[in-house]
Design a binder for this molecule. Structure first.
Ligand SMILES: N[C@@H](CCC(=O)N[C@@H](CS)C(=O)NCC(=O)O)C(=O)O
Length: 211
């Protein structure tokens, strides 16, 4: 399989973790999201993902999957061990709720394409854009902190799709220097996950395209 990825992309980071947890081999194809105006916008890459975003996972059949949550659930369907969702319906709903809080409600507001629109079209200053970024992480993390009731991972004894989304979002928060003192449970889950080789290997700094 080929994973179209960018070392700093938190959506690609999610898929890297899932592939590593499953122990599946994959080749990273780096797509630089800022160089040359963003290589995701080239016709070559748009023919792979018309949405011009990473991740995209090319299967050995040549089929291409997009959208990190859809890719992760596909991998879980095809390679059920270790499971990336709890076994019971309630646990699955809770794990997906955490994943979606992050992937659907926090991440899109802080995505590169949204920040570029604030800067280029709406002419906001960098300080305002940074305040926007911090605001949406803090708003989302405040809710997430209250939702976390298990340990050491977000939904208990096993890492699930909730953790797969949490860790890259914490990495984004660190990169933009968002203070996390008010979120001890999020910080503890992040630390527990990063002790697992599958999460560690997926970190931005451990990628072949890291700068
Ligand atoms: N909902 C998508 C989000 C994908 C996404 O927005 N990826 C970002 C990087 S984290 C991207 O490729 N952005 C390209 C751009 O902003 O131009 C997913 O979960 O896969």
């Amino acid at each position: 399989m080929k994973l179209y990825s960018y070392f700093r992309s938190s959506a690609a980071y999610r898929v890297r973790i899932a592939l590593n947890l499953k122990g599946l081999p994959y080749e990273i194809v780096p797509i630089h999201l800022t160089r040359d105006g963003g290589r995701q916008h080239t016709p070559e890459f748009r023919s792979i993902n018309p949405q011009a975003r990473v991740p995209a996972l090319e299967l050995s059949s040549g089929e291409v999957l997009t959208q990190s949550l859809a890719i992760i659930e596909y991998l879980d369907d095809i390679h059920p061990e270790p499971p990336l969702l709890p076994a019971d319906a309630l646990g699955r709903a809770k794990s997906r709720a955490i994943a979606q809080l992050i992937a659907c409600d926090i991440h899109p507001l802080n995505n590169l394409i949204a920040l570029q629109y604030l800067r280029r079209q709406l002419k906001h200053e960098q300080a305002e854009i940074d305040a926007w970024y911090h605001h949406w992480i803090i708003e989302g993390f405040t809710a997430l902190e209250n939702l976390l009731t298990a340990a050491p991972y977000a939904c208990g004894a096993h890492a699930t799709i909730a953790d797969i989304c949490l860790v890259p979002q914490v990495a984004n928060a660190h990169r933009l220097k968002v203070p996390l003192e008010k979120f001890p449970k999020i910080v503890a889950v992040n630390a527990a996950c990063l002790k697992l080789p599958a999460f560690d290997k997926a970190r931005p700094e451990n990628q072949p395209d890291a700068e």
